[in-house]
Design a protein around this ligand. Structure first.
Ligand SMILES: [Cu+2]
Length: 644
């Protein structure tokens, strides 16, 4: 069973246990003794089964079970054992005692506390969570005891003066419960650690070394020798754009276009883009997704610049040293900014074109409220190619969810991922390509003398049709590709030596992704969390220039998280503890699906302050973001409430 399957099964068994314990308590209270006895057996069995699911899940990693092992199960175990001891004998004798009902319902509260802690706090378990959970279960027990064992019409002043033994016990229980609860609530407001060092040295002591501002980490002003200057001015503005396919889209745009103007360069050129903002009230930036620009050009508001407000301007300059397929988008209010249209493509080709020109198509996919488009068209776009010509398709996913592409009618090779070439990628056919949010695949094929289709997802016919020049037959229907297997990047292409030994990493960080109650941008939220926190309360990751950094990314949730680090490509090391057998794969975005554990590594060679976040942009907005901070680099742009 997959880890995600185990997570779901464990949730199910936990909820079954809650239902059984409460049902036992209620039926006992109603004096349905035989039914209560049967339910008690079921509750015990569900609890034992829960131990089994948690144990199985523990085999996938401690992150998946920590709060269950340390809190949920011990609490339930203690309360359940007490319930069996207290309620078992009277139930067997078909008697009811108030104490039995209290004990059974208390086991119900304890059973409920486990999943509540899992869904609201998760990993890592904190003292505040544990104390509040124990306190709430205690409060539930005391209240239940009070309701069930104090006669509603007790005569005032009757009974013995002073406290009975039961009264003393209750008073003590109340004090302990209140104390635990108050301590737990107090601990909630303890500030999180501001920085994680990943086992490496901490920040250099203030004043002991020079610091550099990200404002000074800017790109060069001239191209490489022989290179050109590619100058653009992009003006962000709201516009209603009529797509080539005829649909009108109310959008935020760069230059009134969807997508924004395509930026292309030859390797070594200087790209200089002046961003102006006409009327996008939230402000805009340009982030060069996957392009390892100097940090000051990265377009991350609150870290590398202030967002460009209406009437404002910012000039980006960087050398087009990296070849390949990239894209740009706003990083200010990315959700909804990117979804509404603030994106465009960036393609860098070699200085000298190799061989005869074939067909080179940039294929950005985007989903608007009322249209799914490739480029600026819905439906199927037709291109003509000469049989025998080299065709390159540059697939770009500009959405927040993965897309599945299938190419029918030809064999092909996936030659580059996120702009970086794979080593000896083999020919494949009838294989699906799942492209993470923000990711890019470069696919090449030799045009056959029959039509080829590129198909998007399962749906509506969105895609490309490559028609051979001179072809007169009918165009092919959309093929059924739903059963095609999915290419596993970890086992594609041929191995090649890695540029470093990941076992010798200088720092190792672990990011556990989940949902929980947390503060996001100054307000409480049911957040998308990293180690239980929401942005900007997630601790920074500290690195020093030159460090080899390992990062483990764990997904405890039931949603996919396309993880995206700015400024650095990361090498995919392993998934669920297993290394790949194929080409080294360098990416800037990798999908961490539910229950998966990825390990990646990178060399810290681009000083700055870099955003590290989920590229499902609604998740990012809901807190799933942190910063990678180089020691000695500071930002004058900090704006902790508005850094999306
Ligand atoms: Cu996510």
């Amino acid at each position: 069973m997959t880890t995600a399957g185990l997570i779901l099964l464990d949730h199910g068994v936990a909820l079954l246990g809650v239902a059984c314990w409460f049902a036992t308590g209620v039926t006992a209270a109603l004096r349905r003794h035989r039914l209560a006895g049967g339910l008690l057996v079921a509750a015990v069995l569900a609890t034992v089964a829960r131990v089994g699911t948690v144990a199985a899940l523990a085999g996938q990693g401690w992150w998946f079970v920590q709060e269950k092992v340390l809190l949920g199960l011990p609490l339930l175990g203690a309360a359940g054992l007490a319930a069996v001891l207290i309620a078992g004998p009277p139930l067997r004798a078909a008697r009811q005692t108030p104490g039995a009902v209290v004990a059974l319902l208390t086991a119900g509260y304890a059973a409920l506390a486990g999943p509540v802690v899992t869904f609201t706090a998760g990993y890592p378990l904190r003292w505040s969570t544990a104390l509040i959970a124990v306190s709430l279960v205690g409060a539930g027990a005391l209240l239940t005891a009070r309701v069930l064992t104090v006669p509603a019409a007790a005569p005032v002043g009757a009974g013995s003066p002073g406290l009975s033994r039961r009264g003393v016990l209750r008073l003590a229980g109340g004090v302990v419960t209140a104390g635990a609860g108050l301590t737990g609530v107090g601990l909630l407001f303890r500030d999180p650690r501001p920085v994680e060092t990943g086992g490496g040295p901490g920040p250099a002591a203030a004043g002991s070394r020079a610091t550099v501002s990200v404002a000074d980490l800017r790109g060069p002003r001239a191209p490489a020798p022989g290179g050109a200057v590619r100058r653009h001015t992009l003006t962000a503005r709201a516009a209603t754009v009529t797509l080539a396919s005829g649909t009108a889209v109310k959008a935020w745009t760069y230059d009134g276009k969807l997508p924004g103007p395509a930026i292309t360069a030859r390797q070594g050129d200087l790209i200089e883009v002046t961003l102006r903002n006409a009327d996008v009230e939230d402000g805009v930036t340009l982030h060069w997704h996957g392009y390892d620009v100097p940090c000051g050009e990265d377009g991350a508001p609150g870290a590398t610049q202030h967002a460009v407000a209406p009437g404002g301007e910012f000039v980006y300059r960087f050398r087009a040293d990296q070849l390949g397929t990239y894209w740009y988008h706003t990083h200010r209010a990315s959700h909804p900014g990117v979804r509404r249209g603030l994106y465009g493509t960036l393609v860098v080709t070699p200085r000298a074109a190799a061989g005869e020109p074939g067909l080179d198509l940039t294929v950005p996919v985007h989903t608007f409220d009322n249209a799914v488009v490739i480029g600026d068209r819905e439906g199927r776009t037709v291109h003509i190619a000469r049989p025998g010509a080299a065709v390159r398709l540059r697939l770009i996913n500009t959405d927040s969810a993965p897309h599945r592409f299938t190419l029918a009618g030809a064999t092909y090779r996936l030659v580059a991922v996120d702009g970086r070439d794979l080593n000896r990628p083999g020919e494949i056919r009838q294989t699906g390509l799942r492209l993470p949010a923000g990711g890019r695949y470069d696919v090449v094929l030799t045009m056959p003398d029959t039509p080829v289709t590129l198909n998007l997802d399962a749906g509506d016919g969105t895609g490309l049709l490559l028609r051979p020049a001179g072809h007169t037959g009918p165009d092919p229907a959309r093929p059924d590709t739903s059963r095609w297997p999915e290419l596993d990047l970890l086992h594609y292409g041929e191995p090649a030596p890695w540029p470093f030994d990941v076992r010798a990493a200088d720092r190792h960080f672990t990011l556990v992704l989940d949902r929980a109650l947390a503060m996001v941008d100054g307000g409480p939220a049911y957040a998308q969390t990293v180690v239980g926190r929401g942005h900007p309360s997630v601790p920074d990751q500290l690195v020093a220039e030159g460090d080899l950094v390992r990062c483990t990314v764990v997904n405890r949730s039931l949603e996919t998280h396309p993880w995206h680090l700015h400024g650095h490509p990361v090498l995919l090391v392993s998934r669920d503890g297993r290394r790949g057998s194929g080409s080294p794969v360098w990416v800037d975005t990798f999908d961490v699906r539910p229950g998966e554990v990825w390990e990646v590594a990178f060399r810290a060679g681009n000083p700055g302050i870099w955003m590290n976040h989920c590229h499902n942009l609604p998740h990012q907005e809901q807190g799933m973001m942190l910063r990678l901070v180089y020691d000695g680099v500071r930002t004058p742009f900090a704006d902790p409430d508005h850094t999306h």
